[in-house]
Design a protein around this ligand. Structure first.
Ligand code: SF4
Length: 308
């Protein structure tokens, strides 16, 4: 790494929690009725982020793209000189070609599509929204037609889709998606907390498919596909593909939500939500590893962790 390397400041602005999907595992499933931030509040936050020298603003929900003011928010961030403006999305709005064009014209730099199944059956089951997979795929195709290349992907790994991760990986490869994250579901709050046993897989099982998905990326020439929120003992040889390790090197991350403000999202995740146990003592990966979700240890115990 270059000597004068500087971490980037990334500020994630949550616009609210409204969404046109209703994912079974959603961490915000109990917050759907919260009042959305107003346009003025968000614009004020965008200016504040600029003042804090943010290199990247991520505008997310819920589903921020369904807000009538979404393109206005992106335009404001671009106009005041935010280098990268990104959004994570369920992708459905982009099935409408003119809406997709309007969003691209607003200056958005990158979109992260959430793909939870390789077909309608699995994806729509998890999103509890009929037609959501077909709209997402149409959305990707519309963006391709518009010449927009910065499409990324993320997949929340749960019991119902883990076996299909290689098929989802093939789908990402088909659409030439260079940056993908396979995210081990967060059961700290929300849907996966409420329905833990039904949704949260054992890491010893899920990791097999997560590694296969990374391998499919490598076979197709994509070396930026990653896994997130995993204990390192299941990813020996995949260290370059661990999101947490990369983001600690690259970013300072703040989260500004309607109901909380977290000025060091990475540190607080390590302190509050993730856990290493006594079993981990002496493990050669101890310092690099964030362990596994604290809630996972409470429900499934730590017997799967494998110190080396
Ligand atoms: S044993 Fe513990 S510290 Fe070692 S890699 Fe696994 S979770 Fe991380």
């Amino acid at each position: 790494m270059k000597k004068n390397f500087q971490k980037k400041t990334k500020i994630v602005i949550f616009t609210g929690y409204s969404c046109n999907n209703n994912c079974r595992f959603c961490i915000n499933s109990n917050k759907r009725e919260f009042v959305e931030k107003t346009t003025e509040e968000i614009i004020r936050e965008i200016y504040l982020a600029k003042k804090k020298k943010a290199n990247i603003i991520e505008i997310i929900g819920g589903e921020s793209t369904i807000r009538p003011d979404y393109t206005q928010l992106v335009s404001v961030a671009k106009k005041i000189g935010i280098k990268e403006v990104l959004s994570a999305t369920n992708g459905r709005i982009f099935s409408d070609f003119s809406a997709a064009k309007k969003i691209i014209d607003s200056g958005i730099n990158g979109l992260i599509f959430s793909v939870h199944g390789h077909n309608s059956k699995t994806h729509d089951y998890l999103t509890r929204s009929k037609g959501s997979f077909n709209e997402l795929i149409k959305g990707i195709e519309n963006l391709k037609k518009l010449g927009f290349r910065s499409i990324n992907g993320n997949t929340t790994v749960v019991k119902q889709n883990m076996r299909f991760l290689p098929r989802i990986a093939e789908l990402y490869a088909k659409y030439k998606i260079r940056n993908v994250e396979y995210i081990f579901v967060d059961p700290t709050y929300g849907g996966a907390y409420d329905d833990f046993k039904k949704l949260v897989p054992k890491i010893s099982k899920a990791s097999v498919y997560m590694r296969k998905a990374i391998d499919i990326g490598l076979d197709n020439g994509y070396d930026q596909w990653k896994v997130r929120y995993v204990p390192l003992c299941y990813f020996k040889g995949y260290e370059k593909h661990i999101s947490e390790i990369n983001e600690r090197i690259l970013f300072f991350t703040e989260h500004w939500a309607p109901d909380f403000k977290n000025t060091d999202a990475l540190a607080s995740r390590q302190i509050i939500s993730r856990k290493k146990t006594n079993r981990c003592k002496g493990c050669s990966r101890y310092n690099a590893c964030e362990g596994i979700w604290t809630e996972y240890i409470k429900r499934y115990g730590d017997s799967e962790l494998k110190p080396e």
